[in-house]
Design a protein around this ligand. Structure first.
Ligand code: SF4
Length: 311
């Protein structure tokens, strides 16, 4: 039953599809799907212990049903949280997997690596397609060898994790869902945290690079580590409270309140200052030619000068 176990761990795989192709959607499967989405919102990556074949099949089907619910809801926040959580859960398995099985998952996303002596190489198109938006993964910081990129074994796992996230996040619109799915979707929405508990900050009147990050966060896109750090130093510097910065970050799909609160408080306590434009450029986060030297200088510009930059 090795492949059923594989399919349960990686429900997005082709193997998984085969195991549920004859299964009918039941209340139990939809219940599990709701649980799966709720776990994603709560950031829980722990998997259930499954012993019986039917339980494993239902677990796989719950992934498909959860996607159906999300395809009905079209809620970017839920979809992103779900995709991040599923990819992190799969990553947990991958880190303990044997090499051939990890290769099988990588191959599902067209990530083919090869050894060159001690080096591990991945072809450039796969690398560009699957690398996370993080300064560490920018090509400028990587070694290119004849159309291949040298990576570490952990980076290979990170590429697979990113590919899983992108795949799971790509959910088609479900136009006419079964009643069970509709009811489940309504239940999830009714139990979601209400927006009044969230903090909003006006996207306008900040330097273009900050506006861009705030927009991305509003759309529930994940931000790279450097981007989060820069945004937090900036928000704290303009007088946003630690609590409000933490709440703002709750729009991120991989938000973890405890970790965020700790990190924001650490930045404040250590008195980290907002980096200069030159440093932000090296992070790959600069998106305009403001010629102001430092993002905080934005606030002393005239309205006309700001408009000229934004044009
Ligand atoms: S020039 Fe400075 S303030 Fe303007 S977008 Fe770039 S980093 Fe931000």
């Amino acid at each position: 039953m090795e492949s059923l176990d594989f399919a349960t761990k990686y429900p997005f795989s082709q193997e998984a599809k085969l195991f549920i192709k004859d299964l009918t959607l039941t209340e139990r499967i939809v219940e599990l799907a709701v649980e799966r989405i709720k776990k994603a919102v709560g950031g829980q990556t722990t998997a259930r212990m499954l012993l019986h074949e039917t339980d494993k099949q239902e677990e796989i089907a719950s992934f498909a049903a959860a996607r159906m619910i999300l395809g009905t809801l079209r809620n970017q926040f839920l979809t992103s949280r779900f995709a991040v959580n599923e990819s992190k859960t799969a990553r947990g398995y991958l880190d303990r997997e044997t090499e051939p099985l990890a290769e099988l998952v990588a191959a599902r996303f067209g990530i083919i690596t090869k050894k060159d002596g001690e080096r591990l190489l991945v072809d450039l198109p796969s690398y560009l397609r699957c690398s996370p938006r993080d300064i560490k993964y920018r090509l400028i910081n990587k070694k290119l060898i004849n159309g291949f990129v040298e990576i570490k074994a952990t980076e290979k796992m990170r590429l697979i994790e990113q590919a899983i996230k992108d795949h799971v996040e790509d959910i088609p619109l479900v136009r006419d869902p079964p009643e069970l799915i509709k009811t489940a979707g309504a239940k999830i929405i009714s139990e979601m945290p209400k927006s009044e508990t969230r903090v909003t900050i006006k996207v306008e009147n900040h330097p273009p690079c900050i506006e861009k990050l705030l927009e991305e966060m509003k759309r529930h896109q994940n931000l790279a580590h450097h981007a989060r750090w820069y945004l937090a130093t900036y928000l704290l510097a303009i007088g946003t409270s630690e609590d409000d910065v933490t709440k703002l970050y709750s729009d991120l799909p991989d938000f973890d309140e405890k970790i965020t609160r700790y990190q924001v408080s650490h930045i404040k306590k250590k008195g980290y200052s907002v980096p200069s434009c030159a440093t932000i450029m090296t992070y790959g986060l600069c998106c305009a030619v403001c010629r102001i030297g430092h993002p905080l200088n934005w606030h002393s510009l005239t309205k006309e000068r700001k408009e000229a930059i934004q044009r």
